[in-house]
Design a protein around this ligand. Structure first.
Ligand code: RFL
Ligand code: PHB
Length: 390
């Protein structure tokens, strides 16, 4: 098989890049390790920045997102029993975010690719990347037991943190930066109305909690848990009890509980690989960087990477100009590091760290008190949360 851009991974990065390229007549083949059902069953991000919304519109999937997505002009931070509102719109001159689940974004992109005749091969095994330091890279894999070779001009590594693309890069060509946090997030989905029409980020001496949603009748809640906790150790009842303990009493009383239909634990990590280009291989999204979910930035960074790479590839194929392709890694990383900093800052300020020295604990309490009491600090928080410009 031959294509112009071989995309590894049919998560949001791969599907979005594939759609934007498809729409300007650049051929792509997407190779995905998992089954379509598995891809569509993953529950992850919920909050989209305006820039990501614009790209999804450009990819032709604005319709359902605008009909069903919830526009949020602010969110709350609680500190023990106090509630503070962050007026995103007021602090940023009218900007806001949209709550629309990653599962729905993925489904819309999958449907659009099918409508527009894009090729996605699911359940491919042993994906290997070859000769990406030359002008004739190729990818090999096994599909239904058959060895398949795809010749291409470029490879886009959109295969997430555990994918094959980043691992194909020689060790001496890549530099990585990593911080692993000593806790995880236990998350549930339940078909109960959200406790509030806005998100609530709760800082509490028992640990962090987050009240989020997928719709007016579907709630997404998270609590900070120990890094080594197992799902079996947390019954629904234990989850609801612990969540309520971390919320101010009037909010805790208003939480509607019900059976969960999804429950998972996510470890928290910050990770960046530099550069994001190796010859004719480009890393995109979680393949190149991971942020803890506290700032709601992972999917949004995947979208801005796609934007920079799409501009570069459009320049190459349509205008015979490689300036933006050459600039891809730098443009993407400049924005990535700002989101990595913001996500680290939100995480550090709002969680409780086991075995923390009393001095550090007081500094973090003061960081939160200062932030909530200062218009300038809240403006900086809001500016980052709605998303820095591309
Ligand atoms: P993905 O979504 O991991 O997709 C990668 C795809 O590649 C496939 N794959 C392979 N395919 C072929 N060959 C291989 N060798 C392969 N290895 C892997 C995988 O099966 C998969 O289909 O990466 P992508 O596309 O870069 O997208 C990134 C986002 O998924 C991620 O950043 C966000 O989910 C992070 N995130 C959040 N981001 C936000 O912007 N806002 C949020 O509110 C938010 N909340 C979250 C989150 C992530 C979470 N978890 C579980 C990590 C909340 C949570 C709990
Ligand atoms: C979510 O709804 O899954 C969500 C929302 C905000 C975050 C992280 C996750 O910061």
């Amino acid at each position: 098989m031959t294509t112009q851009v071989c995309i590894i991974g049919a998560g949001p990065s791969g599907l979005l890049l594939g759609q934007l390229l498809n729409d300007i007549g650049v051929e792509t083949i997407i190779l995905e390790r998992a089954s379509l059902d598995h891809v569509l069953s993953r529950v992850r991000a919920g909050v989209l920045e305006q820039g990501a919304i614009g790209l999804l519109e450009q990819a032709g999937i604005g319709g359902r997102m605008h009909a069903e997505g919830l526009v949020h002009e602010g969110f709350a931070i609680t500190r023990e029993d106090d509630v503070h509102r962050i007026d995103l719109s007021g602090l940023t001159g009218g900007k806001c975010v949209t709550v629309y689940g990653q599962t729905e974004v993925t489904r819309d992109l999958v449907d659009r690719r099918a409508e527009t005749g894009g090729v996605t091969l699911y359940e491919v095994e042993t994906v290997e990347l070859h000769a990406f330091d030359s002008d004739k890279p190729h990818v090999t894999c096994r599909i239904d037991g058959q060895e398949v070779r795809i010749n291409c001009r470029f490879i886009a590594g959109c295969d997430g943190f555990h994918g094959a693309s980043r691992r194909a890069v020689p060790e001496d060509a890549i530099r990585t930066f990593e911080k692993v946090y000593p806790f995880g997030w236990l998350g549930i989905l339940s078909d109960v109305p959200p406790v509030s029409h806005e998100l609530i980020y709760a800082s509490h001496s028992r640990g962090f909690a987050l009240c989020s949603m997928r719709s007016k009748s579907r709630s997404r809640y998270y609590i900070q848990c120990n890094a080594g906790d197992s799902i079996e150790a947390w019954s629904d009842n234990q989850f609801w009890t612990e969540l309520r303990r971390r919320l101010p009493p009037e909010i805790a009383e208003a939480v509607t509980t019900g059976p969960s239909f999804e429950k998972s634990i996510a470890p928290l990590r910050s990770f960046v690989a530099e550069p994001m280009r190796f010859g004719n291989l480009f890393l995109v999204g979680d393949a190149a960087h991971i942020v803890p979910p506290t700032g709601a930035k992972g999917l949004n960074l995947a979208a801005s990477d796609v934007h920079y790479l799409f501009e570069g590839l459009r320049g190459h194929f349509l205008e015979h100009d490689d300036t933006l392709l050459e600039a891809y890694s730098k443009r993407a990383l400049d924005r990535v590091w700002k989101a990595v900093r913001f996500s680290w800052w939100m995480t550090t300020m709002l969680h409780r760290f086991p075995d923390q020295a009393p001095f550090e604990a007081r500094i973090l309490e003061t960081e939160l008190a200062f932030t909530l009491g200062s218009e300038a600090a809240k403006t900086a928080l809001a500016e980052n949360y709605v998303g820095l410009p591309y």
